[in-house]
Design a protein around this ligand. Sequence first.
Ligand code: NAD
Length: 482
Amino acid sequence: MTAQLYIDGSWTDAAQGRTLETLNPATGEVITEYAAGSPADVDRAVAAARKAFDEGPWGPDSSPRERATILFRAAEIMRRDKEKLAEMETRDNGKLYSDALEDISESAFMFEYYAGWTTKVAGSIPPVGPEAMSLIIKEPVGVAVLITPWNYPVLMASQKIAPALAAGCTAILKPASPTPLTSLELARILEEAGLPAGVFNVLNGTGSSIGDALVTHPGVDKISFTGSDEVGKRITKLAAESMKRVTMELGGKSPNLVFSDATLDEAYEGSAVGIFYNQGEVCSAGSRVLVERSIYDEALEAMSRYAAGLKLGDGMDPETTMGPLVTAEHRDRVQKYIEIGKESGARLVFEGDMPTTPDLLGGYFVPPTIFADVDNQMTIAQEEIFGPVMAVIPFADVDEAISIANDSIFGLAASVWTNDITKALKVSKALRAGIVWINDTQPAPSEAMWGGYKQSGVGRELGPWGLESFLETKHIYVNLEG
Ligand code: NAD
């Protein structure tokens, strides 16, 4: 069976009949074929989303209560189907089944969270004097194109779909081509929840075949993108031609600062989790581990011990603690960076073992790798690798730690490990990053905020900020004198 596109409430083949295959990264085997769209499908999807926005049932005149009811129902269905969704996500992406279950649970919560917001989007009435009244109201921005990466397929999609639909926007989701499956499930779930035709559409396909058509389409008002810097910059330039609203969630090279006055066993384990969790395929991975010199050797030892305990395998196997990378192409890219690290003079202090079971020989595994004595100017400290490769950099004091941490084109996330609260806050304030974790790594509660400084992005997602990015603000001025 070929998985189809979802356009205007119907399951449909691609206009040109093109298909792609999606593979299981643990084995390299084909899971299924799926329809891959072309610009003609983009036209169909935009027309459907445009109509559902301009003429209803969604858009500025839709009922917030009805939007809430559908989003709450979608969350319920997601929870009901969580095992099926998580297994699909693991097979398509390679991540651990237990992590996929958490992604589904957080995604369901996002639908509930934003369902609650539909009835609470309110404007304001600033006092402008006795002769007039100014009404500041919020309206949905229009048709939104949502472009997502492959590392958290269902989570990244939900992070955009839930606020977009809650705001009253209609949407076209373009998932990453290595991981098309759970996004189609989201369409099924929303359909079952009662979402009317045209409000939400899913167009699978490669960025090179439908990306430009989506981003430049005159019927599209907003692009919400999560992915690489390179593609994000291209989209931003193209979107500027027609001044489309953009939100960009891009890459990172996040610093993880370990001070000698931290609870050290927790700091070392947290630092390792920060880069090895989800095989390092995390935009906010703590890929640069900055360690105070007095604890440098013991930190290297402890983090290597943690890495040695990781067991590579199929994400569906409960014994597995690290899955494969998403595609053979991405594995090759990560391996190239490991070679660059070795050639640059960094000291390779740990390299894990590949899985040896015969059924996994075709999988795209890269073992955990730790480089010590990394200079922050080296390629492995400056470029996003997006795999399980840790670069450890020593520092002498707080000022040097801050200066190394901020010496990056990116500014997505950072971690600070210390028990000195004054130091923790001082360093957090000085770091140029969208999120700073103190004595932790990676949590991203949906009620709070997510987004990057510098070249890590534009705009914010999650919490009320995520909703705001799908709203326009209008001023209605009423003359009270006439
Ligand atoms: P990518 O940029 O290659 O692809 C992202 C999406 O863009 C995919 O759907 C892809 O098909 C699409 N795309 C590719 N070319 C396009 C074009 N010309 N026009 C329109 N769309 C196009 O990124 P990826 O490899 O899927 O994901 C990894 C990247 O995503 C990493 O850089 C990572 O840091 C980033 N990321 C960021 C966040 C965040 O919240 N900041 C979260 C997850 C991933």
